[in-house]
Design a protein around this ligand. Structure first.
Ligand code: ACK
Length: 991
């Protein structure tokens, strides 16, 4: 038989699919791993046999001998290659076998056989019908034996009958029309070391050009930082589950797994490894963090710059080391800046009330970079101030507690009377215990007291008085003796007398008639000796007098023989002048000036230039009688309720006095069931108001005291209180109108200050407006300071103060003066120009105090003339003597009104105003913050330097700003002051 139809260029049909050399591996040989990588990443094949690559005889067994024949041909590169051909198409009953050599299976359980062949179309051959076939069969036989010579036909297992997709008909080699067929079959679940393949021809004309046997692998790969090794696909079509191993410097985060599919691809990666602390992932490997950077957690993705006040000098840092003097608390995240203990608290204010003390203080100026500031109180009892101190021991109560106070205030009770105490207020934060530095504290010395009421019991004769002592209440039996010192007024240096008694009363005789004496009393107790109480000024009469027998007439002369504390209440003795019961003293509102004056003479009449406090009257009803006109209730017609005051309702109505025209009035009534003290305080306002007569002070029409309800009648102010009036008419007035209102208020205040009256609660809510837009000062309540003002907050010294309106010295040590009223007036100016905006918006009182102390002042409201804001700033001078007087303010405002063009230049609120002082200032990122303060040009500087969270910028300093490239002093200042505000408004900032 000739093979005329096979020709050398046959191989132009063959494709060199695989690059391995033809090798058949001994069964026990381990496949070299580099043989596995011709086809990385997705799938990989390992060739077990490739007939195309055989250099010499293939050595396959063919039988019978006239069947398959091995033919050497040359490929296009003239390389000899082996083919097997058979073409016994003219003869019947062909059964020609061709069996390969033993093929080791290696690690494969499933192998693929790819055959390339040509097959002649029987129809194209003449005279072969009935004998010519167009298929052949493929078989395999598994065996551990590589040297079998003979295998019985029926031992083979059939893989498939192979038919040609394309058979050829032409013999004209020039046409190159022979078609090369490629078929792939597979054998699964192999289990012996190797196998033989066999091709059975049953009468076809076939050329077997190539046989390639291979298996598939999933190639080694790294996924999710886990390395997956080369994996041979499964014996059947099931997936092979493979567990990955973490690459260097990584740890298993969640067991990494993948599945090797039957066609050699990886599927379904689950789980992962993560780079260990100190390493970050880059291109499938874990690389060490550079010096200056760190990665704290397995779960962190990248190395980040060391937070402020820390550093890392080496590669692979899992955390940064704190600079000297800075620490990291156990619970601090590694990403947080290192911090230090706070500085000592400052500005302590203590208010001693007998045996208890309220202490308040300002938080430390340097919080150390932390928000978790607490305070401890350490108590020492000292014999002399600051000397020979010993721990206070138990029995003292601290409210809310002694240690770990979250807020800068504490109430301490159950102290011993007449005792010096030193309280050390220590500030701590989360890293205080890590520092070996000294404790940061501030000391407060206080002396406790207890009240001794001194009573003028009798003034029987012109040369003696009998005084009685009440108290100290809680330790009555502890009082050893009372000591009275007295001297003639203005002659203290020349002569004074000290008398002591164990009794609770004492008659002082041998006094000169008609002479003014000063008496002071103190108590000695087993706890120590108090200091003298306030001065009691008494003038002996020129004639003998009748004893006062009515206990209600007993006059309390003074309260408080107190350890140097200010709690003095003065009461007055009766003094008969012209047969009239009208003794009074001039009240002092300034505790620094508390000194009792005892004046001869008559009650000063309304219109006098000095105001008289009703408390100076022994009988407050007398003050009402002196200063307020009694009105018959029948002259009043109540119309409607317009509001609620501290003591009861406020109504509008009509007053018709005989021979006068009916006028509209406001009627304040005292609610039923009042206590005597409430009645006194209620009418006290009338006694004050009745002394004033000015177009910018609310006018008292009179009082109703003879029947109930007790009422105070004032002029009616149609537009109600100024703050709500402005809010209602937001933006509706001209600047001149607003200045006119302010001028009126200033004028009223000038009148009051000329009369030595200090208002203490000047605020837009306490100004009333009539239908002509005339503003009048009101609210002269007596129960102040300032129980009825919702804005008033308790201060450390016990009083209630409307913090936002009050001058710092009045808050700190109750220095209320006309100059502190001027401060409040400045705030009223701001309220007026901003149409009733709340001063300092929603900042807390404590923040306001702190901000003012640090020099912050309210910015100009929108459209505020520059000169008005300047005037406000003048009113808010820290030093009260630098503030303008009300008279000057009136003059300045008059000038503005006369020359309106002076008001045309507006203050630039955007440059003045730091938005971070406003309540609406809620920034959540460095970017938002920089934008808000118009410094966003520095965003990149912050980012590059690693200041990416608000937390991290909170404690930047000048030098750090310079380091990151912000060198303009003005910009540094702006950024730093905003940082301070951010710190102060910690709650506004979301970190
Ligand atoms: O803001 P208003 O309308 O003005 O509400 C309060 C309320 O009574 C409680 O004080 C109003 N009010 C007080 N005195 C007068 C007055 N003399 N004329 C008009 N309204 C008054 C105040």
């Amino acid at each position: 038989m000739s093979f005329w139809w096979i020709y050398p260029s046959l191989l132009t049909f063959c494709t060199l699919f695989y690059c391995q050399a033809l090798r058949t591996y001994p069964s026990n040989e381990v496949l070299p791993s580099d043989a596995l990588h011709p086809c990385v990443l997705t799938s990989c094949t390992v060739t077990l046999l490739d007939s195309m690559s055989a250099a010499g005889d293939l050595g396959w067994v063919a039988y019978p001998s006239e069947g398959w024949e091995e033919i050497s041909v040359m490929d296009e590169r003239n390389t000899p290659m082996r083919t097997y051909q058979v073409c016994n198409v003219l003869e019947v009953n062909q059964n020609n076998w061709l069996r390969t050599s033993w093929i080791p299976r290696g690690e494969a359980q499933r192998v693929y056989i790819e055959i390339k062949f040509t097959l002649r179309d029987c129809n194209s051959l003449p005279g072969v019908s009935g004998t010519c076939k167009e298929t052949f069969n493929m078989y395999y036989y598994e065996s551990n034996n590589s040297n079998l010579w003979h295998i019985h036909e029926n031992q083979f297992i059939k893989i498939d009958t192979i038919a040609a997709d394309e058979s050829f008909t032409q013999v004209d080699v020039g046409d190159r029309v022979m078609k090369l067929n490629t078929e792939i079959r597979d054998i699964s679940n192999l289990y012996k070391k190797g196998f033989y393949l066999a091709f059975q021809d049953v009468g076809a004309c076939i050329a077997l050009v190539s046989v390639r046997v291979f298996y598939k692998k999933c190639p080694t790969t790294i996924r999710n930082l886990a390395r997956f090794p080369d994996t041979v696909t499964g014996g059947d079509s099931a997936l092979v589950e493979v567990k990955g191993t973490c690459v260097n410097n990584s740890e298993e985060f969640d067991v990494p797994k993948m599945y090797c599919s039957a066609d050699g691809g990886w599927l379904v990666p689950i789980g992962r490894c993560s780079c260990k602390p100190g390493f970050e992932e880059k291109r499938n490997v874990c690389q060490p963090c550079r010096p200056g950077y760190y990665k704290a957690l397995l779960t962190d993705l990248y190395c980040t710059k060391c937070p402020p006040h820390s550093f890392s000098l080496q590669d692979s840092s899992a955390e940064c080391t704190c600079e000297r003097g800075f620490y990291r608390a156990k619970s601090d995240p590694k990403s947080m800046a290192c911090t230090r203990p706070p500085s000592a608290p400052s500005n302590p204010i203590s208010t001693v009330n007998e045996t208890s003390v309220i202490m308040e203080w300002s938080p430390p100026e340097d919080s150390g970079g932390r928000m978790d500031i607490t305070y401890n109180i350490h108590c020492r009892r000292c014999l002399l101030e600051g000397q020979k101190c010993s721990p206070c021991g138990s029995g003292i109560h601290y409210i809310p507690r002694q240690f770990g106070l979250p807020h800068p205030r504490v109430l301490i009770t159950d102290l011993l009377p007449y005792t010096n105490y030193t309280f050390d207020i220590e500030a701590l934060n989360g890293v205080s215990e890590l520092s070996s530095g000294p404790k940061q504290f501030i000391s407060v010395n206080i002396t406790t007291s207890q009240v001794v009421n001194v009573i003028l019991k009798e003034r029987k004769s012109k040369d003696s008085v009998t005084l009685a002592f009440q108290g100290p209440e809680k330790t009555n039996d502890a009082v050893v003796e009372y000591e009275v010192i007295y001297y003639e007024k203005n002659h203290k240096d020349q002569n004074y007398t000290i008398l002591k008694t164990r009794s609770t009363s004492m008659t002082v005789d041998g006094l000169k008639p008609g002479t003014t004496y000063i008496f002071r009393v103190r108590a000695h107790t087993i706890g120590g000796q108090g200091v003298y109480g306030g001065e009691i000024e008494l003038e002996t009469s020129t004639e003998d007098m009748i004893a006062i027998t009515d206990p209600n007439q007993i006059t309390i002369l003074a309260i408080s023989v107190a350890g140097g504390v200010i709690l003095l209440i003065f009461l007055v003795t009766c003094f008969f002048v012209s047969g009239r019961h009208c003794g009074y003293i001039k009240a002092k509102q300034d505790p620094d000036e508390d000194k009792m004056h005892f004046q001869h003479g008559r009650v000063k009449l309304p219109g006098s230039r000095t105001y008289i406090h009703p408390h100076t009257y022994e009988d407050p009803n007398q003050a009402v009688r002196d200063f307020a006109k009694e009105i018959d209730a029948s002259n009043i017609r109540i119309e409607r309720v317009i509001g609620a005051g501290e003591f009861g309702e406020v109504c509008s109505g009509w007053l018709k006095l005989p021979s006068k025209r009916e006028i509209c009035v406001a009627i304040k009534s005292l609610k039923v069931g009042y206590a005597e003290r409430q009645r006194r305080d209620f009418l006290g306002e009338a006694s004050i108001m009745g002394q004033f007569d000015h177009p910018n002070i609310i006018r008292l029409e009179g009082v109703v005291t003879k029947c109930k309800p007790v009422m105070i009648i004032t002029e009616y102010m149609e537009n109600g209180s100024l703050d709500s009036f402005l809010k209602k008419h937001d933006g509706q007035f001209t600047v001149i109108q607003l200045v006119g209102m302010l001028r009126g208020i200033a004028s009223g205040m000038k009148y009051l200050s000329d009369m030595n009256y200090v208002h203490r609660d000047l605020a837009a809510r306490n100004i009333l407006v009539n239908s002509n837009l005339v503003c009048k000062v009101s609210d002269f309540g007596l129960s102040r300071v300032l129980e009825d003002d919702p804005e008033a907050a308790y201060t450390t010294r016990g009083g209630k103060i409307p913090i936002r309106w009050t001058a710092p010295e009045a808050i700190a040590y109750r220095k209320f003066t006309s100059a502190s009223d001027v401060w409040s007036y400045g705030i009223v100016m701001w309220e007026v120009i901003s149409y009733g905006e709340r001063p300092y918006w929603e900042m807390s009182n404590q923040d306001v105090i702190k901000a003012i102390d640090e020099g912050y002042r309210l910015p100009p409201p929108m459209d505020c003339p520059l000169v008005l804001h300047q005037l406000m700033l003048d009113c808010w001078q820290k030093c009260r003597s630098d503030r303008p007087k009300f008279g000057q303010i009136v003059n300045i405002l008059d000038k503005f009104i006369r020359n309106p063009s002076s008001l045309s230049e507006l203050a630039n609120s955007s440059t003045w105003q730091d938005p971070s002082m406003q309540d609406s200032f809620t920034v959540t990122s460095v970017e938002e913050w920089l934008e808000a303060i118009k410094m966003s040009q520095y965003m990149e500087h912050f980012t590059m330097a690693g200041y990416v969270t608000l937390d991290s910028v909170l404690y930047l300093s000048n030098s750090e700003l310079s380091k990151i490239g912000i060198s303009l002093a003005g910009h540094q200042k702006k950024i730093l002051s905003s940082i301070q505000n951010l710190q102060a408004l910690g709650t506004h900032v979301q970190i």
